[in-house]
Design a protein around this ligand. Structure first.
Ligand code: AMP
Length: 380
């Protein structure tokens, strides 16, 4: 049985690794001849808009899924006429456009940050006046890892941004002085079965995820329930199949939905070693209509992204409980090249392991202080 995957980056790579024990085969489509999955699976190098390549790609596939959320919706719809495509292309469409995404959240009664659409640069000043400062300006489409995003604290920031506004749809959001960022990994099978992982606490620098702690420290049952309720509404509204991730700001004891990803997610990498069933395996089970695996955590995890450069593998692996994942990508500044997951039986042990990581990790951008502070308080 061969599964087609649109996008050939590290998420696809880890999906395939999770699928091989289930006897699955994989075929990837990616425009880049450098896509990491080429090392481990069939890879078709073609543009997502190339219909004859899509046609050929789909031949003999059981179903198609995606690991990249900016796959053109047209490609997903074209394929859906030939083979089942999960998650539904409508989820892709909503997640690709921040305004459509916020619209979906509002329609489903889900709290989000306050925002205003800016459809042309001349609307910018009025939107800033109305919403107030500080605010975050984002491109409505094609923004990820902090790209296409400006934080506006003062009138000077606004004046500086004004002549530089790209001629695309923008969204202005109120800046939320959140207590922390959390994400929920939810999964719904084609059969309608759902499951939810414990919430994850995420630390970003420059808009890029650096560190995830799972289960989130000081996780109250009411917050977990609230996140599951939000995710369930989205899943059911579109008869979703696969893993869905929703990112939240925790603010004044409430959750505000920031964005969603209709795919496996970086804040779920800890599940490979830290949960009974990984997000990758559960995504595959869900799209195939197989029973879902347990989403329970198997210890306390810290997942650290390796961005731009890599440590010595031997130094990482010398730390007990450390698991290293390298994606086989060429190093470039700002690029996610791999991750390390530390899993321990107790918060105290996790703190000890974090402190044992080599000097490479003790730079501020790894956010280890945040992890150590939580772990040291032994209330994970
Ligand atoms: P996003 O691309 O929307 O996930 O934004 C990337 C990161 O920027 C988030 O994870 C937050 O750390 C920060 N951020 C985005 N929007 C806001 C906001 N409205 N208020 C405060 N911080 C934000």
């Amino acid at each position: 049985m061969t599964i087609g995957i649109l996008g050939g980056g590290q998420l696809g790579y880890m999906l395939a690794l999770a699928g091989y024990p289930l006897g699955l085969h994989f075929r990837f489509l990616d425009p880049s001849p450098e896509a990491p999955v080429g090392r481990i699976a069939q890879r078709v190098t073609a543009e997502y808009t190339d219909h004859s390549a899509l046609e050929k790609f789909s031949n003999g596939l059981e179903l198609v899924t995606y690991e990249f959320e900016n796959v053109p919706v047209g490609a997903a719809r074209f394929l859906a006429q030939r083979v089942p495509v999960y998650p539904p292309p409508a989820a892709l469409e909503a997640a690709q456009d921040r305004l459509a995404e916020k619209g979906l959240f509002q329609k489903l009664g889900i709290s989000t940050t306050e925002f205003l659409p800016i459809s042309k640069p001349s609307e910018f000043a009025a939107a800033v006046d109305k919403l107030g400062l500080p605010a975050v300006l984002k491109t409505s489409r094609m923004g990820y890892d902090g790209k296409g995003q400006w934080i506006l604290h003062t009138a000077e920031h606004v004046a500086k941004a004004k002549p530089e506004l790209p001629p695309v749809k923008l969204i202005l959001e109120r800046f939320v002085p959140f207590t922390r960022e959390l994400s929920v990994l939810a999964v719904r099978s084609r059969t309608g079965e759902t499951a939810f992982y414990p919430l994850v606490e995420n630390h970003h620098r420059g808009g890029i995820l650096r560190l995830s702690l799972a289960p989130a420290p000081r996780l109250e049952a009411s917050i977990q329930r609230a996140a599951e309720d939000v995710a369930r509404r989205v899943l059911e509204s579109m008869k979703y199949a696969g893993v869905l991730v929703i990112e939240f700001f925790e603010y004044e004891g409430r959750l505000l939905a920031n964005e969603m990803a209709p795919r496996v997610h970086n804040s779920g990498h800890w599940t490979i070693e830290g949960a009974i069933t990984s997000q990758f395996e559960n995504h595959l089970r869900a799209v195939l209509g197989l029973p879902l695996g347990s989403t329970a955590a198997a210890g306390h995890c810290a997942m650290v992204n390796l961005i731009g450069d890599l440590p010595e593998s031997a130094e990482v692996l010398a730390v007990p409980d450390a698991h290293l994942h390298l994606y086989g990508k060429v190093a470039r500044p700002g690029r996610k090249l791999g991750h390390v997951t530390l899993r321990a039986a107790s918060p105290e042990r996790l703190a000890l392991r974090l402190s044992e990581l080599p000097a490479f990790f003790h730079r501020p951008d790894f956010c280890l202080d945040a992890a150590l502070a939580h772990s040291a308080s032994a209330r994970l």
